[in-house]
Write a protein that binds this ligand. Sequence first.
Ligand code: PLP
Length: 422
Amino acid sequence: MTRSPVWHPFTQHALEPAMKKVVATEGAYLIDDDGNRILDAISSWWVITHGHRHPTIMNAIRTATEYYDQIIFAEYTHAAAEDLARGLIEVSPAALEHVFYSDSGSTAVEVALKMALGFFHNTGLHRDRIVVMEHGYHGDTIGAMSVGERGVFNAAYEPLLFGVDRIPFPAAGAQQNTLDAFDLACRSGRVAALLFEPLVLGAGGMKMFEPSLLGELSKIAQSHGVLLIADEVMTGWGRTGTLFACEQAGICPDILCTSKGLTGGALPLAATLCTREIFDAHLSTDRRKTFFHSSSYTANPIACAAAVANLKIWSHEPVQASIDRLVALQGRGLSRFAQDPRFRNVRQSGTIAALDMAAPTDGYLADVGPRLRAFFRERQLLVRPLGNVIYLMPPYCVSEAEIDRLYDAIDEAASILIGNPA
Ligand SMILES: *Cc1c(COP(=O)(O)O)cnc(C)c1O
């Protein structure tokens, strides 16, 4: 077999089976070149919200291509970017008034960090520390890795990563430790911002915490003049049951990052939203106070048109009803395993369900991970456990029968890999 020149992400090519070639997508399915229909239970790495190839989004893309390709976004603007920014301001927490575009979750986070540092630099305050949460994930660029959890993923790049202050994950019963650690960090007077994934720490193992904790963190941040940066790259667009996870905590971050579901998952696009204060701190006749950031494909008009169509779906179609239905289905599916000794930490946040398989070794490199993946793959199910953490994050169009199939498969996987419940 000739070797493909393609180098795939997060893939150990020496161990992975040959890639399956996808020739089409439809609703909750990927269709491969043998005609197999593979149920996409992880929304193609958390991006597809409504379902693959939603007609409203595909039509918007088609229409946009009649008018636009890429347009320089300095000196010039376009209707898709303007409409999208207004729409985003309308659906996001109230104090967010400005929108900066980029093209991935990682860049949305990089932009957020630069906005926070720029805010303090331009207002003459010496604050340059970032506080992050243990087990956080914010992307794979150097800055985004620096603010994420350190481990096997980034050991080789450690010399390039900058230092941050870390507070413990707010595990049930130990939330006060998190609050105390944050307060203590803020007392240095050097902290610019707290960066966090609201309610669910995704890549860190689908770790979930209570909304009320965010209210407490927000109070501490306010009392120290520290900015809050919500990384809603994964949690946004309904995943946790509401459009943004921050809504459930009743907090308004100073900066909010969104990407993945922004275009319904159809095209790469990201936005970093911020308050008027942060924008105004960069508003000056002194050019040195400019926000010095751009990427070539900033505000790509076709991607923006897809995102405008996504907003239209949210306002014109019963999206919340689909989400509520999925929340109930996931709850019912998980309840099967609530008392099952083969699983631990059976948990749910909105449409996201997760459970840890009681395997001899935990963590991302747990042996059980690749075996589980192979098991699901043989059954035409796209499920990619994070080590021994099995999670389901399907698009909102998934049916009851499909959800049942997934939970039946999880049950069977446990029977095969670790035996039947006592
Ligand atoms: C996926 C993810 C990112 C990175 O997004 P990319 O588009 O892959 O760069 C950042 N933050 C969170 C919370 C994510 O889940």
